[in-house]
Design a binder for this molecule. Structure first.
Ligand code: HEC
Ligand code: HEC
Ligand code: HEC
Ligand code: HEC
Ligand code: HEC
Ligand code: HEC
Length: 356
């Protein structure tokens, strides 16, 4: 913060920073006053409740309170949803209600059935993607992961991408005139594989670990820590959490040196700015250098630019982030961008039919 004030300020607005935090009035999403209940079945109801400055989920059976657990840590920015977890000894468990942004309401947490028992345990791998660090506490007899209640860093923060930084700070405090960064990693200088592996740690879908969670550090080879699998066809990938897999199947990726940084900035919150991304596409798809859109002769350039992403990276319903709403049996999905960049003929036709 003292030295990189502008980046620090940007980072505070990013989804990485807010993807986990201590649960409190500022960080919690969802209604605690009136629309705060979810009926699990005929006689079981869960309510999100506020008691002074503390927040709880309480299960009522036939109107009688049975079990109540605090919101300790929130997981998820709330752009699509937010789940909350609580400490029980050294274990972390997920609370049964999750806030779902698509419908702005409480729903059953993914993984819970209608028989709620507050006992879905949170694994180290879950936290590896949603925080910077948790110290695992070994206990050979226990099947679930145990964590230190004091040694953890919430949010995906600077050191996750830049490596441990205390030496860097000590060096530059002693040598204030030195302008070249010492004892710090800059992903801009990584090889293509290193750069992709860093993002793929958390945006590469489910991976099976071969080393303890949190051993991978920025700059490392991902498959020194995880099993390399054969991969699935794009049609079986989910838009949630596997941007790497979908992108890697695209011709853009296969026929260029593209990384995530070809379109994304490590720090900025670029959400809901899809219309501006055509600039990134045009770094390659400019007529002089490359093939361009086949529609360029039939519609205006402005039109192509504004709709570029909607035609070639459409939003799709996730099969992984979906919930059952109150009184419904068919799940409702969150929608996310497909990173499989290609020609979507039906979607393009639909978009063209609305306006040219
Ligand atoms: C430690 C895990 C982790 C790493 C490493 C990581 N991300 Fe993320 N990233 C996340 C999580 C978790 C979210 C979702 C945050 C949320 O909304 O709760 C996210 C969100 C994002 C978003 C979306 C913000 C939005 O608009 O919804 C982008 C873009 C992104 N990451 C790009 C990257 C890139 C590029 C890299 C590599 C330089 C990277 N991430 C590395 C975990 C990670
Ligand atoms: C999700 C990963 C990620 C996180 C978190 C992150 N950075 Fe970065 N940072 C990058 C990437 C990737 C680059 C190189 C590309 C770029 O400049 O965007 C970078 C570049 C930088 C640079 C060099 C910029 C330049 O102009 O040369 C500085 C300084 C920096 N980051 C500081 C920070 C600080 C301070 C934080 C925390 C407040 C932070 N970063 C958090 C990924 C990250
Ligand atoms: C392999 C990394 C990974 C693992 C493991 C993982 N997540 Fe995520 N999660 C992500 C990424 C990346 C996003 C946001 C982008 C996306 O959905 O593709 C996300 C999104 C979310 C969101 C929605 C946030 C928002 O508003 O967009 C919630 C809530 C969430 N995860 C909770 C969890 C919980 C709880 C666990 C563990 C039980 C878990 N995740 C395991 C990577 C992961
Ligand atoms: C780093 C360079 C680069 C960037 C950035 C890039 N592309 Fe590409 N793209 C390519 C290359 C190379 C090909 C393959 C050309 C070929 O097949 O000869 C390609 C192919 C395509 C194709 C044809 C795919 C198919 O399956 O037939 C489409 C559509 C496309 N790009 C759209 C986009 C869009 C939209 C963006 C921005 C979101 C984008 N590209 C960004 C390099 C890039
Ligand atoms: C209205 C939807 C739409 C928009 C907007 C659009 N495209 Fe396309 N694009 C298409 C369709 C449909 C095709 C396939 C046309 C065909 O094969 O006849 C295509 C083809 C392409 C191709 C493949 C050309 C080849 O050699 O086969 C590229 C590259 C491409 N578009 C890039 C872009 C970029 C970059 C933008 C934004 C600046 C963009 N497109 C905007 C619908 C769109
Ligand atoms: C060719 C450009 C391009 C590349 C390369 C690219 N992205 Fe994206 N990404 C986008 C666009 C466009 C969006 C949508 C932004 C919006 O809707 O505001 C997006 C959105 C996202 C989101 C938010 C998901 C959502 O639907 O809200 C995440 C997470 C993300 N990208 C991660 C990654 C990661 C990780 C990589 C590398 C594996 C990557 N992206 C590579 C263009 C790209």
């Amino acid at each position: 913060m003292r030295c990189h004030a502008a980046i620090y300020a940007e980072h505070l607005q990013s989804f990485h920073h807010v993807t986990s935090a201590a649960a409190n009035r500022q960080t919690l999403k969802g209604d605690f006053d009136s629309a705060n209940k979810f009926l699990f079945n005929d006689h079981l109801l869960i309510a999100a409740e506020k008691k002074q400055d503390s927040f709880y989920q309480t299960a009522y059976s036939y109107g009688v309170p049975k079990i109540s657990r605090p919101f300790d840590i929130v997981v998820g920015s709330g752009k699509r949803g937010q789940t909350s977890i609580y400490w029980f000894g050294n274990y972390l468990f997920q609370l049964p209600l999750t806030y779902f942004a698509e419908t702005d309401e409480w729903t059953i947490s993914p993984g819970y059935s209608r028989k709620v028992d507050f006992n879905r345990s949170i694994t180290a791998r879950c936290l590896e993607c949603h925080s910077t660090y948790f110290q695992e506490v070994t206990n050979r007899d226990s099947k679930a992961d145990e964590f230190s209640r004091t040694n953890f860093i919430l949010g995906v923060e600077c050191e996750k991408c830049h490596g441990p930084a205390s030496e860097h700070i000590a060096f530059h405090d002693k040598n204030p005139g030195e302008k070249i960064g010492h004892a710090i990693l800059n992903p801009a200088k990584f090889s293509r594989a290193q750069s992709l592996d860093l993002c793929r740690l958390c945006h590469g879908g489910a991976l099976t670990k071969t080393k303890p969670s949190f051993s991978f550090q920025s700059g490392d080879k991902l498959f020194d820590y995880f099993q390399q699998d054969a991969g699935k066809p794009v049609s079986q990938m989910d838009v949630h959490g596997n941007q790497y897999g979908m992108l890697a199947a695209s011709k853009c990726f296969k026929n260029s040196e593209m990384t995530c940084l070809s379109c994304h900035d490590g720090h900025k919150n670029e959400s809901r700015q899809a219309a501006q991304f055509y600039v990134k596409c045009e770094t390659c798809h400019k007529s002089a250098l490359h093939n361009t859109c086949k529609l360029a002769s039939t519609v205006s350039q402005d039109y192509l630019r504004i709709n570029c992403i909607n035609c070639h990276m459409p939003e799709e319903a996730s099969k992984a982030i979906m919930v059952i709403r109150k009184g419904e049996s068919i799940p409702t999905s969150a929608h996310m961008r497909s990173h499989f960049i290609t020609v979507y003929r039906d979607i393009s036709k639909q978009i063209l039919s609305v306006q040219k």
